[in-house]
Design a protein around this ligand. Sequence first.
Ligand SMILES: [Zn+2]
Length: 493
Amino acid sequence: MNSKLMFKTLSLLLSAVLVWGCVADIVPATGDRRYLGFTWQQETEIGKQASKEVEALFGIYRDPKVERYVTEVGNRVLATSHLRRPGIDEQIRKTPITFGVLDSPIINAMALPGGYIYVTRGMLAHLNNEDQLATVLAHEIGHVAARHAARQAWQQQLGQGLLLGGAILSQGLGLPAQDILNLGNMAAQLIFLRYSREDELEADKLGVEYSSAAGYDPREVIPFFQTLGRIQEKEGQGMPSFLATHPNPGDRIQRIRELTAGQPRHERPLADSRYLNAIEGLVLGEDPRQGFVEGNVFYHPDLRLRFPVPRGFKVINQPTQVVMVEGQNRAVLGFASAREKSLEAAVARFLKQPGLRVIERESMRSKGLPAFVTVADAQMQSGQVVRIMAYFVEYRGTVYHFVGYTAPQTFNVFRNVFLQTMQGFGEVQDPRILNRQPIRIALESVTRKAPFRDWIPRNLPAPLTPEDVAILNQVEINQEIGPGRILKVPAAR
Ligand SMILES: [Zn+2]
């Protein structure tokens, strides 16, 4: 959760804009007129809406140095792309393309339609030089220029039905899991959209073309693809990643070799050090400042709060909410801040929601904090009735709320489970928790020839292993490293 908790705004999608139909429109990357699911204007509208959802889901990594650098490299490649070439539709040429860094440790890059391009900080941590970043961004620009999302929408009927479905769902009660279910809608469809193999090949071709034209060497990306294979062997990363949404790295290496055959090697002055200097200090892995679970307790150091996590519940920590889901998906418990400033106002708004039948309600004090609990039946959009327990507590000038829900017949199983977490909410005073800092990337210049393992810090911060550090640097543990090279080493403060 961000320390600046935003209440998730209901995303009313642009049903009026999304009139389903076929549109014959220009594809900038080929100049062809093709049947597409959306016009360019619709694409940019959808992209804008989806970008808000993506940013709410992952959070933006706010570091001006990193953001500026990614935008600068992105713009250099963009300038050589079809989106900016003379003769291209003025409307497309004038569309601003946004480059952003998502605050997520997973390794991914994505392009939303209409020109929203993201890389995760996990991706940035695993890249090693500017040529690699440029080639990754160029591939994503390729998806936009070839209008793959719109083509996909046309081919798969991914579009109106789905998007409207999302709009209907999100007008609901604001129950936490609904937001997760909502991930079945637009943002998820777009983030985890698997383009066809043909589209990926085309994006690689365009990516190689754009990054070469901008003076980069796309072959530099090959060692990164090689390390992706090693990452694949590690434990699952929770969310669908670059590997899940892109073709096999081995095939892409082959493809890039073919596409660059005969191309002269570029001089790459400073390409490595410039990149590494830009990402020095980058957060590596999970960021405990945004909340973490330790010993079955969720802690948020910046908000100075804690609550116990029910045994057997999986925790999904998003920028706007924390969602806990029971192992068999029989119950969901969400936690967020209310937008109201007072307990009374937050409770009043909650109780006013249509479709809610209140069974119990009670004001109380818990650990000295003013609180309110209610049990109610609520009708979901699907028509299904769920029994919910909602709990509001005022703490340090903010109203927080928990909403737990399950089927009416299993409510008694979870009643005390919900209550224990809700009433376990309280202040954190332990400085060990309050001062917890993320692991960050530090740089180290190699001064002598030695195997890589010699450069791995002896006391690696948990949960990092020597293999992780080798992967981070795109080397093998026993590989000889010579002077002049700069290495990324994890540093705990
Ligand atoms: Zn792709």
